[in-house]
Write a protein that binds this ligand. Structure first.
Ligand SMILES: NC(=O)c1ccc[n+]([C@@H]2O[C@H](COP(=O)([O-])OP(=O)(O)OC[C@H]3O[C@@H](n4cnc5c(N)ncnc54)[C@H](O)[C@@H]3O)[C@@H](O)[C@H]2O)c1
Length: 264
């Protein structure tokens, strides 16, 4: 044994970018990485919310910076990585979390919604990884990439046509990136969350009455063997493991964190 558990999970001196980190799962991940000592870039399309999150984090004594970036734009990914290097001097960890989940069926979906979902959820992940991997390789050190997939990458929830296609893509993109980058010392893994309570997930219930929400929630919880939805921190803990040295021999895998939904 060469390192203690504390040393394995210590991210002091490392810098991480978390996309879509202003709220929800991304924020839960950003908080755990920062607690472990990393400098964390809270990258989000919504700068005001990202700045609010960074203010909370710095008040807690963490090192964080907000950067506005739309993951669907390749130029934004390149700029976000450069701004990270300019601010913290290095980059060791990238968490590709930003994603959208528009509810539509195949008969209703528009080309615009299809393109937007795939651009944010899949293309954004590929090109943010490209920018980050180039920086890690140029710096001459190892790196960790964590992609946020979904149980929908394995099992369609329903009414999420473009989302399910994008998350299936995330699962295979993770494996392809892992193979591509292993020789450069960069581990690429994914987390497939089940239902997690976030602002985005709640917005899917907007427009429903309290009664309808209670009914939908009850039916939904019945599909989760553990009987509860996940929290952003449930995912933050797994992300910390995949970003830390504790997972050094793992690459190209997907950790499902869903309260048992897929085996239910
Ligand atoms: N909440 C769930 O139940 C659940 C389940 C499985 C997977 N996921 C995945 O987790 C990730 C986060 O989901 P969430 O529920 O926390 O979402 P959320 O909507 O609560 O938060 C998403 C964040 O991403 C940002 N964002 C949106 N589009 C962006 C873009 N183009 N560029 C940069 N930032 C952008 C938003 O501003 C927001 O801060 C997504 O990839 C989602 O597919 C969520």
């Amino acid at each position: 044994m060469t390192k203690t558990i504390q040393e394995l999970f210590d991210l002091s001196g490392q810098t991480a970018i978390v996309t879509g980190a202003a709220m929800g799962i991304g924020k839960g991940i950003a908080l755990r990485l920062a607690e472990a000592g990393a400098n964390v870039v809270v990258s989000d399309i919504n700068l005001e919310s990202a700045q609010k999150t960074v203010k909370e984090m710095t008040t807690m004594g963490y090192k964080a910076k907000a950067i506005q970036s739309d993951v669907s734009k390749v130029a934004d990914a390149t700029r976000a990585v450069q701004e990270t290097l300019d601010t913290f001097g290095d980059l060791h960890i990238l968490v590709n979390n930003a994603g959208i989940y528009p509810f539509t069926t195949i008969t209703e979906i528009s080309e615009a919604i299809w393109d937007k979902t795939l651009s944010i959820n899949l293309k954004g992940m590929a090109f943010f990884t490209q920018a980050a991997a180039r920086a890690m390789i140029a710096k001459g050190h190892r790196g960790k990439i964590v992609n946020i997939a979904s149980v929908d990458g394995f099992h369609p929830t329903g009414n999420l046509i473009s989302y399910d296609a994008s998350k299936g893509g995330v699962v295979m993109l993770t494996k392809a990136l892992a193979k591509d980058l292993a020789s450069k010392g960069i581990n690429v893994n994914a987390i497939a969350p089940g239902a997690v309570q976030t602002p985005g997930a709640s917005s899917g219930l907007s427009g429903m009455s309290e009664e309808q929400i209670a009914e939908v929630t009850k039916a939904f919880l019945a599909t989760i063997p553990m009987g509860r939805q996940g929290t952003p921190d449930d995912i933050g803990r797994v992300a910390l493991f995949l970003a830390s040295e504790a997972s050094d021999y793992i690459t190209g895998t997907v950790i499902v964190a869903d309260g048992g939904y897929l085996v239910g």
